[in-house]
Design a protein around this ligand. Structure first.
Ligand code: RTP
Ligand code: MG
Length: 137
């Protein structure tokens, strides 16, 4: 069953010049890039995107990080695209959780500046795609 997922290459990924590396891994996995753009996200949109974390202690720091510079937003499509991207991304903590061979394990050290975001469910994907790509609706 084909599905879509919303992926971000976070500001650390752009700053560290991993856009090509990360999109290359996406393409090698076989996922289609159906929409792609670079932007610096507003505090308002970032708050919407991370609404589920609004009450967490790390939220202010997360908001500051994600709005700190240009990021790349993409919509990926393919069979089981949501799980497929989270598989190649690796777990949230690049050292404690991500498995070697994943984007986060191979390229990151920090539990917050962990290079990428991927939607975690079909409901999240639909909600997030509407935030980042309203023109797709
Ligand atoms: P994402 O939403 O970015 O794909 O990452 P995720 O599902 O693996 O992790 P999630 O629990 O949804 O957390 C979202 C992002 O918040 C930052 N974070 N910082 N300082 C901390 O303890 C902490 N915990 C999470 C990370 O950037 C994480 O990816
Ligand atoms: Mg998440």
């Amino acid at each position: 069953m084909t599905e879509r997922t919303l992926v971000l290459i976070k500001p650390d990924g752009v700053a560290r010049k991993f856009v090509g590396e990360i999109l290359g891994r996406v393409e090698r996995k076989g996922l289609d890039i159906v929409a792609l753009k670079m932007l610096t996200v507003s505090e308002e949109d970032a708050t919407q995107h991370y609404a589920e974390h609004a009450e967490k202690s790390f939220f202010p720091e997360l908001l500051e990080f994600i709005t700190s510079g240009p990021l790349v937003a993409a919509v990926l499509e393919g069979p089981r695209a949501i799980a497929a991207f989270r598989q190649i991304a690796g777990g949230t903590d690049p050292v404690a959780k991500a498995v070697p061979g994943t984007i986060r394990a191979d390229l990151a050290l920090d539990g917050q500046q962990n290079l990428v975001h991927g939607s975690d469910s079909p409901e999240s994907a639909a909600r997030e795609i509407a935030i980042w790509f309203p023109e797709l609706r």
